[in-house]
Design a protein around this ligand. Structure first.
Ligand SMILES: Nc1ncnc2c1ncn2[C@@H]1O[C@H](COP(=O)(O)OP(=O)(O)O)[C@@H](O)[C@H]1O
Ligand SMILES: [Mg+2]
Length: 287
């Protein structure tokens, strides 16, 4: 629940020095936000269906995410949660439906156009997807260097701030291979933030790490939401985590969006499939 309203200053509060990208490269630009700051969806799926060959994975799935909100995507393993995120990143193209990001219909976007979208929507992959040959500092600096227009001392300052924010100061010279899964994910979050995204996607951020680290990552994601008003989509089957974080819930069940709406409605639902998920699956520690 957004008890603290989104901070419109972001990312300036986090990265005050960062200037606009040097020049437009002529690619399609984002539609400006409504001047009144009114809530219109930053992201929407509208009647999206996705098959791999004969196998239909998503069947007529719709949802929206407003600016500053956190959507948790819940559902059993193999139901298509990661597929939904990959569609948003433009790595997969659904056969049917419309996907909008900040006003743009992206389903027909070219790879080049998607590169622009991926500056706004970044994904924190489970394995962190860090560059193996770069240390933590260089990994976090990468999006800043790519963005261009920053002096080395500015990059240094921003990188230190981000690394501190995710609690990775003690490993800033380390190579990713030497880090635990939880640490890799924390660093991946710092790198994602360095790209100054509008939306961060997390795929199962708290699984495969021990409960203490899971809690720490959970706190971090919650803090980003509360303090910076980040818009995020979090795929998880950790229901406790979802309860702390979710404004809206999308529950995928056998390909369908079986529930989309506020967290409270999901928890109180009398739908047998949801009840079963909540009683049997959702609070188990995932293997
Ligand atoms: N690129 C792909 N090609 C074929 N099948 C895929 C592909 N990606 C995912 N799938 C299948 O789609 C289903 C949903 O996968 P996924 O979204 O990863 O599930 P989860 O909800 O656990 O994240 C799985 O059966 C998976 O095997
Ligand atoms: Mg998955």
């Amino acid at each position: 629940m957004a008890d603290i309203s989104p901070n419109p200053e972001f990312p300036q509060t986090l990265i005050p020095e960062i200037p606009e990208a040097p020049e437009s490269n002529g690619q399609q630009e984002y539609s400006p936000l409504p001047a009144d700051g009114g809530a219109w969806p930053l992201i929407s799926f509208s009647h999206v269906s996705m098959s791999f060959g004969e196998r239909q994975i998503l069947d007529d799935v719709s949802f929206t995410v407003n600016r500053g909100e956190t959507l948790c995507i819940l559902g059993r393993s193999g139901v298509g949660k990661s597929v939904a995120l990959r569609i948003l990143m433009g790595f997969l193209k659904p056969q049917v439906g419309s996907i909008r990001v900040a006003g743009d219909e992206i389903n027909a976007f070219s790879e080049e156009q998607m590169r622009v979208v991926r500056k706004k929507v970044t994904m924190v992959f489970q394995n962190g997807a860090l560059f193996d040959s770069m240390n933590v500092r260089e990994n976090v600096a990468f999006p800043l260097r790519e963005h261009g227009g920053l002096a080395e001392d500015q990059i240094h300052e921003i990188v230190e701030r981000l690394i501190k924010m995710v609690g990775a100061e003690d490993v800033s010279d380390a190579l990713p291979a030497s880090l635990s899964t939880g640490r890799k994910r924390a660093v991946a979050i710092a790198r994602a933030l360095a790209a100054q995204p509008e939306v961060v996607l997390y795929d199962e951020p708290t699984t495969m790490v021990d409960p203490i680290i899971a809690r720490r990552l959970g706190n971090l994601i919650q803090r980003l939401k509360r303090q910076l008003g980040f818009t995020s989509i979090v795929v998880t089957h950790d229901m406790r985590f979802a309860e702390r974080l979710a404004d809206q819930v999308l529950f995928l069940d056998r390909g369908r969006g079986a529930y989309f709406g506020p967290l409270k409605g999901f928890l109180e639902s009398s739908e047998p499939d949801i009840q079963q998920f909540l009683t049997l699956d959702a609070y188990q520690i995932p293997t």
